[in-house]
Design a protein around this ligand. Structure first.
Ligand SMILES: [Fe+2]
Ligand SMILES: [Fe+2]
Length: 153
């Protein structure tokens, strides 16, 4: 019987750090939306800046995932995961487009209240889609490495 592969601790650590950074940036953007929504000094510019930072980070994160690394490694360890990895990577352009559309709408100082409320809801929808994406990705890598990463959210 073949020995069970152990996860490479460097790769595992990399996944954890990358995804936690994304969680932190989403939380920071959410806080900026909240601050802008409850105070008159609330700044659409702050929200915009947070979203641009998140967008830049997300773009690099996706590019890194697409250029090999832990997803590719999962497939080489377990070829039947090929379809799942392709499916998860195929979600990247849509997620970036969703965030880009939101950034574009907030790139002006005079945002009407109704548009602001809609943008806040759309951000939450985007955050849900991103977290679902990261969960699917974690599940694939976890299966590929046959290792419980302890990533449940
Ligand atoms: Fe991804
Ligand atoms: Fe990811």
């Amino acid at each position: 019987m073949a020995a069970i592969d152990r996860a490479d601790p460097i790769i595992m650590g990399h996944i954890l750090v990358g995804h936690r950074d994304l969680h932190d940036l989403v939380a920071a953007a959410r806080a900026a939306f909240h601050a802008a929504g409850v105070s008159a000094t609330g700044t659409a510019a702050d929200v915009h800046e947070r979203l641009v930072t998140l967008r830049d980070h997300l773009h690099s994160h996706f590019a890194e995932e697409e250029s090999g690394g832990h997803l590719e490694e999962s497939v080489s360890r377990m070829p039947r995961l090929n379809g799942a990895v392709k499916a998860v990577l195929a979600e990247h352009p849509g997620l970036l487009m969703e965030l880009d559309a939101l950034i574009l709408r907030l790139a002006r100082p005079d945002i009407p209240q109704t548009a602001w409320e809609q943008a806040t809801r759309d951000f939450e929808a985007f955050a849900r889609h991103l977290m679902a994406h990261e969960r699917s990705e974690n599940a694939v890598v976890q299966e590929g490495y046959n290792e419980d990463l302890g990533l449940t959210d």
